[in-house]
Design a protein around this ligand. Structure first.
Ligand SMILES: Cc1cc2nc3c(=O)[nH]c(=O)nc-3n(C[C@H](O)[C@H](O)[C@H](O)COP(=O)(O)OP(=O)(O)OC[C@H]3O[C@@H](n4cnc5c(N)ncnc54)[C@H](O)[C@@H]3O)c2cc1C
Length: 440
């Protein structure tokens, strides 16, 4: 007998990715009655396999770090970038991190988080597609189609707060007309797929067969090319390879032509072609994301919150997406919990949450999007975040900002915030990770 979706709840979450499942966990842990509707059957595929160690503090709060450790995901030691022919390496341990980054199969990782939210008491329904959010009354009414039975059944659920964590489909921002593409001359899209039998880049700056993974830790490999940049992320059974490409390069290409472009690039680009020389492409694995960098002009109001990718997304060159989802979930849950205690202050808590989320988003965007497309970023608020961040996290991001030519905005803000100078002095000796002995 399948579980009946209730007609009412306190908080309704749309989407069971990291943003949605962590919101459900935070709220359920504090005794809030929360229902989560997810359109897909889990585990479901998702891109975004590289996690930097900052994520552990969020999974600690959620109480799920031990389960993640038990999964045995690959522990990544850091990253190597080849950007405009300059090679950099970051090793987390050099900066005092005691826990690693991870390369995770997102279907497994996301499922683990969603299962955890159920154990904390959230009511989770997969195969239920949210269609519409009616915000005209004080309590939102959410319309959905329940596809668990062969005949699709329409239904509604009323709640005090709705949290849109629907990922890049940004359900609510689309409905409200608040979703904007970042206006920039540098418009990119992404193409990615999976290979079996790829070599990988090790912490020792050499390439290795995947049979060596037990002995030599991997790093995430990122490289610029004339049309954009690429990633190579080794996983336990396969390797994720993605190309970020200027949109105009792909204009007018159909699915087959995109696949040819992808395959030819993988066989042609230096370093990548060596890593993939004996690898087999997994047929049918190529995916494509055209609407790439965007943000919602309004993310939180009295009775709704848009979080994670549903609120905004920037180029993933610094692996900030999942972390952003965790952060948004933590601040939105806090705001909702407080608003439930002080209903007359709901609007104020929503406003505070929005400004925190924008601050974090602005930080990521300044880091990833060079000196273009500043609309949507509050410079002063990003500077205050830089001044307030844990020194270890800030230091890693400052080093990362030296690895590509994408972080001019970020460096400028770091100068203005007065955090760049002390960093520069400390790192003069270390040459900020520049290396010259990469052997792939
Ligand atoms: C090319 C690319 C590479 C990336 N690489 C990285 C990386 O290396 N590291 C990193 O940290 N991040 C990376 N990211 C970003 C990362 O994948 C996302 O930021 C992260 O998944 C956001 O989590 P989320 O919970 O907001 O959304 P999602 O993970 O997208 O989850 C949203 C969920 O909502 C569900 N949903 C959607 N619509 C509905 C509906 N109408 N009704 C019910 N459910 C619905 C979806 O099925 C989905 O399960 C990358 C992104 C891209 C595009």
């Amino acid at each position: 007998m399948q579980q009946i979706i209730p007609k009412k709840c306190t908080v309704l979450v749309i989407g069971g990715g990291p943003a949605g499942s962590s919101t459900a966990t935070h709220l359920a842990k504090s005794g809030v009655d929360v229902v989560l509707l997810e359109r897909a059957e889990f585990p479901r595929n998702q891109v975004g396999e590289s996690l930097i160690p900052h994520f552990w503090k969020f999974t600690d709060q959620l109480g799920v770090s031990e389960k993640i450790q038990q999964q045995g995901f690959l522990r990544k030691a850091g990253g190597i970038t080849v950007w405009n022919d300059k090679v950099h390496q970051i090793l987390f341990s050099d900066y005092g991190y005691t826990r690693p980054g991870l390369h995770v199969e997102r279907d497994i990782f996301d499922n683990l988080l969603l299962e955890h939210s159920k154990r904390q008491g959230a009511l989770v329904f997969n195969n239920v597609v949210v269609k519409q959010v009616d915000l005209s009354a004080v309590e939102p009414i959410i319309s959905y189609i329940d596809t668990r039975e062969e005949s699709n059944v329409a239904g509604t659920i009323q709640c005090q707060f709705v949290v849109d964590a629907s990922g890049h489909s940004s359900l609510l921002a689309h409905q409200l007309g608040t979703r904007q593409s970042i206006s920039s001359e540098m418009n990119f899209l992404s193409l990615w797929g999976y290979f079996k039998g790829s070599r990988y880049v090790g912490v020792d700056r050499q390439s290795h067969a995947s049979s060596e993974l037990k002995n030599i830790s991997p790093v995430t490999f990122v490289m610029s090319h004339k049309d954009g940049w690429l990633w190579h992320i080794v996983l336990r059974e396969k390797t994720s390879v993605g190309l970020i490409v200027r949109s105009n390069k792909m204009r007018g290409l159909d699915k087959q032509q995109r696949e040819i472009y992808f395959q030819q690039s993988c066989a042609r680009l230096p370093h990548l072609k060596e890593l993939l020389s004996d690898a087999q492409f997994m047929d049918g694995s190529l995916q494509y994301r055209p609407d790439y960098s965007y943000y919602a002009t309004q993310t939180c109001k009295q009775n709704y919150y848009c979080i994670g990718d549903a609120a905004g997304f920037v180029d993933p060159v610094f692996s900030h997406g999942v972390q952003n989802a965790f952060y948004n979930a933590a601040v939105a849950s806090l705001a909702i919990r407080e608003a439930l205690k002080n209903t007359n202050k709901s609007a104020r808590y929503a406003q505070l949450c929005e400004s925190r989320m924008q601050q974090f988003y602005g930080f990521s965007r300044a880091l990833s999007l060079g000196d273009f497309g500043i609309n949507g970023v509050n410079r002063d608020s990003v500077k205050s975040l830089m001044k307030a961040m844990p020194p270890l996290e800030l230091e890693l991001m400052l080093v990362a900002s030296e690895m590509t030519n994408r972080s001019e905005n970020f460096k400028q803000l770091a100068h203005e915030a007065g955090v760049w100078e002390s960093f520069s002095e400390q790192h003069e000796q270390q040459k900020r990770g520049i290396i010259d002995d990469l052997k792939l």
